[in-house]
Ligand binder design. Structure first.
Ligand SMILES: Nc1ncnc2c1ncn2[C@@H]1O[C@H](COP(=O)(O)OP(=O)(O)OP(=O)(O)O)[C@@H](O)[C@H]1O
Length: 366
């Protein structure tokens, strides 16, 4: 599929204040007007409130500009009601019309959009979400994952200028999540519609979002490229069991006999087993969990670990019971390694030293 081209001018700007009895939303966002941006943070930090304010479902004070369309500007007394904002909104649970079949549910999404402004054909939405074979079925005969795919297709069929998604996978079990995720991947790869995606799952964010906004208590802690924020030690994502680094890499080759993919990254070559062949030159993102990285003074020649990268120790942090988090600079790429305090002492690790990172597992995000 072709990647859409973008101009740097495409931005999504939102500035909101909202006071509730025991909660204050105060955010100022300047986001890319393309790709997936995740709103991430703990329960109650204000992600949904922010999304609803963007949609005009919540009357927050401030402003909202999508590319060049002004949806809200209190200073100029502009406030478009939700039905005049060209947006699609996908809730945690699909809210489909139970008496209409899938075709009519999706067609309903198109009704409000004048024919001349339809950028997404019904067939395209249906195809992207893989629901061609379900068009005559009623929602109550579909699985949760299928219903959610129909809800996304319906939102897309209105040719929105922004797609707002509020934890669209939250109501699905792990298996259904895996079923829907590839469709979400395809969406932003083939449609030039910016997606704002609320989530509190680091796995989903790592997989889908190129940009992320980290929220805490109604405020923005940080906003920037996902790979930067994921491994920044002053932010919560770099800590805990899901601590990881995201690495952008290019496919260098695939060994069919061993089903092993070789990637080139700034940090060095990476090998990972996969059944799926990729074309040489394809750009992929991989995730390296801190718990899968161990450290060695000299690269072992008789180890089963395939990936060993030279790196320099950038910092060492105490990470709770008996554990240390070692931040590594691998030729400009940040990696994180979680090791025991004892190993850290026995190896005599110190900031600035050269070391080798042994990576047991590299997760392909596609
Ligand atoms: N309609 C409402 N009236 C009063 N308070 C509300 C309302 N909706 C949300 N809140 C409060 O506003 C704060 C932010 O809620 P919000 O739903 O935006 O958080 P969130 O980050 O989306 O949480 P979650 O991940 O649990 O969905 C919370 O303290 C919540 O209790």
């Amino acid at each position: 599929m072709n990647q859409p081209s973008h101009t740097t001018a495409q931005r999504l700007r939102a500035s909101f204040t909202l006071a509730r009895a025991s909660f204050q939303l105060d955010v100022d966002l300047d986001l890319p007007g393309h790709g997936v941006t995740a709103l991430f943070g703990p329960s109650g930090c204000g992600k949904t409130s922010c999304l609803r304010a963007m949609a005009g479902l919540e009357r927050a004070g401030g402003s909202m500009v999508v590319n060049d369309e002004v949806w809200q500007d209190d200073a100029r007394r502009i406030w478009l009601p939700t039905h005049r904002r060209r947006l699609g909104y996908v809730f945690q649970e699909a809210s489909l019309f139970p008496h209409l079949d899938v075709r009519r549910n999706i067609a309903y999404g198109m009704r409000r959009t004048p024919a001349a402004e339809r950028r997404v054909a019904l067939e395209q939405a249906v195809d992207l979400l893989g629901i061609t074979g379900m068009m005559d079925r009623r929602p109550d005969t579909l699985s949760g994952g299928e219903r959610q795919r129909v809800a996304i297709a319906r939102a897309l069929a209105a040719s929105p200028h922004v797609l707002l998604m509020d934890e669209p996978l939250a109501a699905l079990d792990a298996q259904r999540k895996l079923e829907v995720l590839p469709y979400l991947d395809r969406l932003h790869q083939s449609l030039d519609i910016p997606i704002i995606y609320v989530s509190h799952s680091p796995d989903e964010v790592a997989r889908l979002a190129s940009h992320m906004v980290l929220m805490e208590s109604g405020r923005v802690l940080a906003s920037g490229p996902t790979e930067t924020l994921m491994s920044r030690l002053d932010l919560p994502l770099a800590h805990g069991d899901t601590a990881s680094a995201l690495v952008v890499a290019t496919v260098a080759g695939y060994d069919r006999a061993d089903q092993l993919l070789t990637l080139h990254s700034q940090a060095g070559p990476l090998h990972l087993p996969t059944a799926r062949e990729h074309a040489v030159g394809d750009v992929l993102r991989v995730r390296i969990m801190a718990r899968e990285v161990s450290l060695t003074r000299s690269p072992a020649k008789d180890s089963s670990v395939l990936n060993t990268l030279p790196a320099r120790i950038a910092s060492i942090t105490d990470e709770g019971p008996g554990q240390m988090l070692v931040e590594l600079d691998a030729s400009g790429t940040t990696l994180l390694a979680r090791i025991t305090r004892r190993s850290c002492r026995q190896l005599g690790l110190a900031v600035g030293e050269a070391i080798h990172a042994q990576i047991k597992a590299v997760l392909l995000l596609d």
